[in-house]
Ligand binder design. Structure first.
Ligand code: G6P
Length: 485
């Protein structure tokens, strides 16, 4: 049965707001996800008739998608939202998601190809690219089916770069926006991609009415790529300033910047609950009385630069022996994308270096690095509450919400050591201790400065950081995009 066109607002993203596990008895258990998009969408509520189209990611999701068929998932599982989960053939999904999106496009935008991790564009990639096209087409088909006349569609991220153009072809009446949660690569680096792929990604996004980014820097890089690769015209704001639109083949795609902020109300409430209190006591006991803590919370992700963070901490202990036994580096590195070999290898390196530091400097009563790899949101919040220093040193990052969440949750003020290559730098740079993420020595110095910062200064800076970090909470961020379309 064909789905009636009823949705006035649609969101499309690879990962949806819910995931399912399949029990041995065939029962499905739903788990709701977090993140900016989920809380952003709550701004419009279920009564708006909005529909979220996403991919089925695991066996449980696939089963839920199959059972729902062309219908929406059970709203009880999704917080009331209408969600359509696409059961994309597993080999097509794996090639599109692991092969193209997470290996190639992610690596390009985060500048992760640096010898010896080199891009490989061979016959296998050509097949993966074809899969990426059909995976994007599956989204375009579903959106075209669901959207009411002149509906607004918000397409998310590098997984779905081709969707805006494909959807416009199917439904020229729609208003289509694309949002990139990642950085955007500068043209010289972007052109590592095969020419046809480089052009297709840009044409795909330019098929929308609007292309939006987390910072002006990424929007500018996107416009520069359009000019360099497609010969498109960049339209600039008053006085030859910022790129405001891209003109190509007789159409104009407006550019937008919406710097997603932290959700202060949610964080403050959630971080005061009993499960967080419990973990706070456990962490305090692990750190030991009178010691300071340097906290980091990340997915174990090459772009997060966890290894250099550990090396900087080792350098701190080497050059400033006065910190030995007086500080603990609490590093949360949660497994991510473990289907990819480079990620598994990286996870292993993180573990090994943490161990080396503990062997080298640890004493009977002091373990210098407390590495936790099991994802636990309540424990992350507990660490935010007690951190004296937060280390956020990505090689490159679209925004980095940890940098924005810590100052909101911190109890006594927390010094922020922040990479200048994180999108969050644009808003938090003034009150953070800013580092070049490649510079281990400089990061070690910044950690020392952060540990030495006096209580008054730390508290003042944290207050200003929290204000900047919450300027555009998820609901306002989402509504601003809707309004702009
Ligand atoms: C980045 C992307 C998101 C993605 C997240 C987690 O932040 O911008 O779109 O959801 O990584 O990655 P995963 O591959 O686990 O969905």
């Amino acid at each position: 049965m064909a789905v009636p066109r009823t949705a006035p607002i649609l969101v499309a993203s690879n990962r949806g707001p819910v995931s399912y596990t399949l029990g041995e008895d065939g029962s499905l258990t739903a788990r709701r996800g977090g993140g900016g998009l989920v809380s952003g969408l709550s701004a419009i509520g279920p009564e708006s008739g909005g529909v979220w189209v996403c991919a089925a990611l695991g066996e449980g999701d696939r089963e839920a998608a199959r059972r729902a068929g062309d219908n929406h998932l059970n709203p009880g599982d999704t917080g009331g939202q209408q969600v359509r989960m696409l059961d994309i053939a597993p080999d097509v999904f794996a090639a599109a998601y692991n092969g193209v999106a997470n290996s190639v496009l992610w690596f390009i935008h985060h500048l992760l190809y640096q010898t010896p991790v080199e891009p490989v564009f061979d016959a296998e990639f050509a097949e993966q690219w074809a899969a990426y096209e059909s995976y994007n087409a599956a989204f375009a088909d579903a959106l075209a089916q669901e959207a009411v006349d002149e509906a607004v569609v918000l397409v998310q991220d590098y997984h779905l770069a081709l969707v805006p153009a494909m959807l416009r072809e199917r439904r020229p009446d729609l208003r289509i926006g694309h949002f990139s949660h990642t950085p955007w690569a500068p043209p010289d680096y972007y052109r590592l991609l095969p020419d046809d792929v480089a052009a297709a990604v840009l044409r795909g996004i330019l098929g929308g009415d609007r292309a939006a980014f987390l910072t002006e820097r990424w929007a500018t890089a996107f416009a520069d790529c359009c000019a360099a690769v497609l010969g498109a015209e960049i339209v600039r704001g008053g006085g030859g300033g910022m790129a405001t639109a891209v003109r190509f083949e007789g159409r104009e795609t407006r550019l937008g910047v919406h710097g997603l902020g932290a959700d202060a109300d949610f964080l403050r409430e959630r971080s005061r609950r009993a499960d967080v209190d419990e973990r706070l006591s456990a962490l305090r006991a692990q750190i030991g009385p009178g010691r300071k803590s340097i906290v980091r919370v990340d997915r174990t992700e090459l772009s997060k630069n966890i290894v250099r963070g550990l090396l900087a901490y080792r350098r701190l202990l080497e050059t400033h022996p006065e910190w030995r036994e007086r500080v603990v580096h609490v590093a949360f590195a949660y497994p991510s994308r473990q289907d990819l070999t480079v990620y598994r290898d990286y996870t292993e390196r993180v573990r090994r270096i943490a161990e080396e530091i503990n062997d080298e400097y640890g004493t009977e009563g002091w373990t210098p690095v407390a590495l936790h790899v099991k994802d636990d949101f309540a424990r992350s919040l507990a660490a935010y509450r007690l951190a004296d220093v937060a280390l956020v040193n990505p090689i490159r990052d679209g925004m980095n919400l940890v940098a924005k969440e810590v100052p909101v949750v911190s109890e006594r003020g927390c010094a922020l050591v922040l990479s200048r290559e994180a999108g969050a730098y644009a808003e938090l740079g003034e009150d953070a201790l800013v580092v070049n993420p490649y510079d281990v020595e400089g990061t070690a110095r910044a950690l020392h400065e952060a540990l030495r910062m006096n209580d008054g200064e730390r508290a003042d800076r944290t207050k200003r950081l929290a204000a900047a970090a919450t300027a555009l909470p998820p609901q306002a961020w989402f509504l601003a995009q809707l309004r702009a379309l």
